[in-house]
Structures are given as structure tokens and as C-alpha cells.
Design a protein around this ligand. Structure first.
Ligand code: F6R
Length: 600
């Protein structure tokens, strides 16, 4: 969701910024722009649509060794050329890009900018106009920038150019992520390290309410009050090849195929030399101390959290509630006496989850973040972190992060159970190895799944996924995958709940995908499938070896009862992928969506 890049060095800034923006495409955006500074002044290019469109309008002869760039995911104001960033102040002295939402922009406009004709509908523009106003009152650019940021309520990551100091980028952040990258005689700014790996792998994280003055010679971090802050840099453990598609047509397909390797990687990272689970003692103790676990997450990570609830309750015998982050923030249930909060987030930047984290930390509760990005905001601000080791996930539709989250939750559940003295025959490390092989069997069945997608989903307007018990949670995820990338209206339903209303939607030919992996509900889910077939539905039953029926469309390899979601989701991911292809959808960059949802 929105992305920022900035470059100050010795090379062609426009090319580096465009490449950086291409690396941020995965976050989701609807317009893009950049500004380059040279002797003639600041030149702004911006366009609605893809980076390729922006590239086509940037003057190839544009020279300049300093600039900023942006991908915008519209919040205030429609996606358009005018609302795209960068925005400029009335005199065009200042140029800015911004991620986030300024909550008090209307009030600040009334108070300070009555006399200014705003050119766009964005909240961003007021930042650059305020900087100009305060600098015209005699403040230096740095002072005017700090004063402006101090007035803002909401979230921002922002980079500012001043045509009168053409060797400097001023950056600031609050709640939205932003990094400064360091190299020899070259410094960069990026929302995500991936964007600037082309220049450096050494980065410094910024904390909320800090500003940085970035030049070729260095980067000085200060508080908004002007105190210099010293912070060590870190080396991003990322390789440019990790973020390339290779021979794959789409990142999503590559990431689906990577799942067996991810699971094996998790096994190796969480295994000690005696083949036992290796986990931080403090996390173990926090799990033991808690009288109730609250799992908080959004979207696909929430679906992993639903499975996590089952795993922790069944294996470790500890009560768990799983909540949607955006709801929990405003509708908090009565908490237990000693809660532990577990945040699940691929990106570690989801604003809804962060809102809950900030709020429960204020209440004095402990928090553990399970994330794919250990240096992320949710990881830094929680007491403990468990890494999912899935490698960068670029496709907007989450696949390998979901299975990795569930694998880590299974390991955590067993570790807690053992520490609590519960007799345990289930060895998650061994069982996950079986899961990895089962995943491979399924990723090899692409032709079968492509055919299912073609036959059931090429022309339909809607689709239902039904399952019971743990299969129901996978149905929610299967439906989310299908709707987000193929735009087919899809719903996941508990098999038994259909006849309480939803069955009214079943018509001749309505596709219903059923999951049957659990012995104790096998007969009842098959009964539910018969009910929809009797009303004209086209059934597609996916079952697990041992509980299959001869008419089932797909039988997945047998894995331990606790871990079936890691396997059954693979065909659902592939069915969604092929359905989107058959409908000519942009698989990796679905409309209206952002990878990292950094606004509430
Ligand atoms: C769907 C998807 C989203 C994310 C959600 C939370 O494929 O990716 O539903 O799961 O936006 O994001 P994270 O996990 O980064 O907190």
C-alpha cells in the first residue's frame, strides 16, 4: 500500500527510482510519480495506472542525481493524475511524497491554509503547503518540516525536496514504515528494503516522530524537537534473486510452489541438535503464564489464526480467542486476568493489528508477533517475535505466508504443551516433513487443478466453499483467495449453516467446493453436499486419503489430523490462480488491493 523511494548519489536518479518503484508494485497502487532535481529545478512526472505508463512519460534525457518517487493507493481523492504524488507547494519550491493518512487535514487546512488554492483532493498536499507556509515565516526547511510533522495527526512516511537545497532529501515518519539505506557517497530512502537492494543492503530503521536529513554524505536522524539520535544500521538478509520471478509467469505461482521448501526451512530453523523444538525460553514462559491467548490478525493471517486457535486449544489445552484486528480495536471483549496477545502478520506492518498492539501494550499486556518480516513494526513493538521464514512474499494474494504461519503455530502449540507437562505423541517437526511431501504431490497436480478451475469457474458469478470443523477455516481462506484474484463472489461456509439461509443462493450449476478431511465430520459434510446437489449445484469434493469417496474430484495425501489445512489449501490456491488466469485477471496485482495495508 503506497510506496516511497528516494535517491541521492552520483548516478541517473530517474532510472534507479523507476526500478525501485517497480519493486514496490507488489504492495498495490493505482498511480505513480517521481520528481528529479537538477540545475533547471525540480521536474515532476506522475500518471494514473502502472509504472510502465509513468516510465513512458518520463523524459529519457532528464538528468539528475537526486529524486523521490511514489506509488499511490488512493485513500483521500480518486486515483487520478492530479491526486498522484509528488505534490508541490504553491510556489513549487517544495515537493513531497507521502504514505499514510492525515486525520486532521481538514482542521489544519482551516487553521493555516485558508489562503492557499489546493490543487488536489489529497490529504498529502497540505503537508507540503504547510512546510511552505512555515518557511515563509522565517523557519529553515528542516524547522518548517519538523513543525509541520508535529502538527499532523495520523500516519505518515514522507520525503520532501527543497529546490533551494538541491542536494538534500528530508524524510519523516509516524506509524507508516520507512527506511534509510546507506552506501558510499550514495544514500537512499525506501518503504521496503527490496526497493533499494539495487543500491545497498545496509539500512537504518526510523522510529515514529523522527526526521532524517539525507544527503550524499550521510543521514542525520533527529527527533522532531531537533535532538540528534544515533542508531546502528543493519544488513538486510535479502538477495535480489529472492524477489525475482525467475521462469514463473507470476509471483503467486512461484510462491505456491515454494511452500514445501518453506515448511522444510521452518523445520530446520525450529529444530535443535537433538531434533527437539528450539524456541525462545521467554516465549515458552509467556505461553505458560497466560491464562488465555488472544490471536489478533487480518485477512489471510486471521484465517491462519483460526487454525491456530484449534491447534493451541487441542494440543496445549489453553483457551484461545481469535479476533479480526480492525474489530478488536473498537469492540474489545472482556479480557482474562493474564492474557497473552499473539499478532499474526505476514508484513508486520498492518495498521489494524498495530492499533491493537499499541492499545494492549498500554494496558500492560505481553505480546508475541508471528511474522515474515522480523524487523517490521509489529515485530519491533511486541515483546517477542517468531519468524515464519517464508522468504519475501510478493504476490498480493498471500499463500506461502499462510502455511508458514500455521506451521509455526503448530510448533508453538506443541512446545507449550510439552512445557506444561502434557504427554505428547504428536511430533510437529516429523509431521511437517510429511506435510511438505504432500504439498509437493499437490503442486505437481497443476493440470488437474487448472481443469477444475476451467470447468467450474470460467463463467460463474459466484462460488461456495463448504467444510466443517477445521476444514471450515480453510474454506474461508479458499473463498478469499478466489474472490481477491478472480473477482468471483465467493463465500466460505460451515457446512451445517448453509440451510439456515445461504442455501437460497444455490441455483443450477452453482459451483460448491467441499472439503472432507476430518473423520468425525466426513458423513455430515457429505450430507451437506448432497443438499446443495439436490438444488442444482455443481459439486467439487476435495477429500483426504482415508476418507475419500469414488466420486471425489481430488484426493489429497494423508497428513496428521492437526495439519490438514496446510495441505488442503494448496488445491484451493491453485484453483483460484487458474480461475483468475481463465478470466484474464492480473493475478499478482488484483484491483483495489494492497499487499501491506498500512492505513486503518
Ligand atoms: C490476502 C491477504 C490479506 C492479508 C491481510 C493481512 O491474500 O494477503 O488478507 O493477509 O491484509 O496482512 P498481514 O498478514 O501482512 O498482516
Amino acid at each position: 500500500m503506497c510506496g516511497i523511494v528516494g535517491y541521492v548519489g552520483t548516478e541517473d536518479a530517474k532510472e534507479i527510482l523507476l526500478k525501485g518503484l517497480e519493486k514496490l508494485e507488489y504492495r498495490g497502487y493505482d498511480s505513480a510519480g517521481l520528481a528529479i532535481v537538477n540545475e533547471e529545478g525540480v521536474h515532476v512526472y506522475k500518471e494514473k495506472g502502472r509504472i510502465a505508463t509513468l516510465r513512458s512519460v518520463v523524459d529519457q534525457n532528464e538528468e539528475g542525481v537526486i529524486g523521490i518517487g511514489h506509488t499511490r493507493w488512493a485513500t483521500h481523492g480518486v486515483p487520478s493524475q492530479i491526486n498522484a504524488h509528488p505534490h508541490q507547494s504553491a510556489s513549487k519550491r517544495y515537493t513531497i511524497v507521502h504514505n499514510g493518512v492525515i486525520e486532521n487535514y481538514a482542521q489544519l487546512t482551516r487553521e493555516y491554509l485558508q489562503a492557499v488554492n489546493l490543487a488536489s483532493d489529497t490529504d498529502t498536499e497540505i503537508i507540503v503547503q504547510l512546510v511552505e507556509r512555515f518557511s515563509s515565516e522565517g523557519l529553515s526547511t528542516e524547522e518548517a518540516f519538523s513543525k509541520t510533522l508535529d502538527l499532523l495527526k495520523g500516519s505518515y512516511a514522507t520525503a520532501l525536496l527543497d529546490s533551494e537545497s538541491p542536494d538534500t532529501i528530508y524524510v519523516g515518519k509516524n506509524k507508516s514504515p520507512l527506511l534509510v539505506g546507506l552506501s558510499d557517497g550514495v544514500n537512499v530512502v525506501a518503504s521496503d528494503a527490496m526497493a533499494m537492494l539495487q543500491v545497498t543492503n545496509e539500512f537504518v530503521e526510523l522510529m515514529d516522530k523522527e526526521i532524517v536529513v539525507v544527503t550524499r554524505k550521510g543521514a542525520t536522524i533527529k527527533t522532531l524537537q531537533g535532538d540528534v539520535v544515533s542508531r546502528d544500521s543493519y544488513i538486510a538478509e535479502l538477495d535480489e534473486s529472492d524477489i525475482e520471478k525467475g521462469t514463473y509467469p507470476h509471483y503467486m505461482l512461484k510462491e505456491i510452489d515454494e511452500q514445501p521448501y518453506v515448511i522444510r526451512n521452518i523445520i530446520s530453523k525450529y529444530k535443535d541438535e537433538n531434533e527437539n523444538i528450539k524456541l525462545d525460553e521467554d516465549i515458552r514462559q509467556a505461553m505458560l503464564d497466560a491464562d488465555r491467548i488472544y490471536i489478533i490478525a487480518a485477512g489471510t493471517s486471521y484465517h491462519a489464526g483460526l487454525v491456530g486457535k484449534q491447534l493451541i486449544e487441542r494440543i496445549a489445552n489453553k483457551p484461545v480467542e481469535t479476533h479480526i484486528a480492525s474489530e478488536f480495536l473498537y469492540n474489545m471483549p472482556l479480557l482474562s486476568k493474564k492474557p497473552l496477545f499473539i499478532f499474526i502478520s505476514q508484513s508486520g506492518e498492518t495498521a489494524d493489528s498495530r492499533g491493537v498492539l499499541v492499545s494492549v501494550k498500554k494496558m500492560g499486556h505481553k505480546a508475541l508477533t508471528i511474522t515474515n518480516v522480523p524487523g517490521s513494526t509489529l515485530s519491533r513493538e511486541a515483546d517477542y517475535t517468531l519468524h515464519t521464514y517464508a522468504g519475501p512474499e510478493i504476490a498480493v494474494a498471500s499463500t506461502k505466508a499462510y502455511t508458514a504461519q500455521m506451521a509455526v503455530l503448530a510448533i508453538l502449540a506443541v512446545d507449550t504443551a510439552k512445557a506444561a507437562g502434557i504427554d505428547m505423541s504428536f511430533d510437529p517437526l516429523q509431521e511437517l516433513a510429511i506435510v511438505a511431501s504432500a504439498m509437493e504431490t499437490l503442486t505437481d497436480k497443476k493440470e488437474v487443478l487448472e481443469k477444475i478451475a476451467r470447468e467450474y469457474l470460467s463463467v460463474t458469478r459466484n462460488c461456495f466453499f463448504i467444510g466443517r470443523a477445521i476444514d471450515y477455516y480453510v474454506c474461508l481462506e479458499g473463498a478469499l483467495k478466489l474472490k481477491e484474484i478472480s473477482y468471483i463472489q465467493a463465500e466460505g461456509f460451515a457446512g451445517g449453516e448453509l440451510k439456515h439461509g445461504t442455501i437460497a443462493l444455490i441455483e443450477d450449476g452453482t459451483p460448491v467446493i467441499g472439503l472432507a478431511t476430518q473423520e468425525h465430520v466426513n458423513l455430515s459434510i457429505r450430507g451437506n453436499m448432497k443438499e446443495v446437489v439436490a438444488r442444482g449445484a455443481s459439486p467439487c469434493m476435495i477429500s483426504m486419503e482415508g476418507f475419500e469417496d469414488e466420486d471425489d474430484q481430488l484426493v489429497v495425501p494423508h497428513v496428521h489430523d492437526y495439519l490438514t489445512p496446510l495441505v488442503t489449501v494448496i488445491p484451493l490456491q491453485l484453483i483460484a490462480y487458474y480461475a483468475a488466469l481463465h478470466r484474464d485477471c492480473d493475478v499478482d496485482k488484483p484491483r483495489n488491493l494492497a499487499k501491506s495495508v498500512t492505513v486503518e
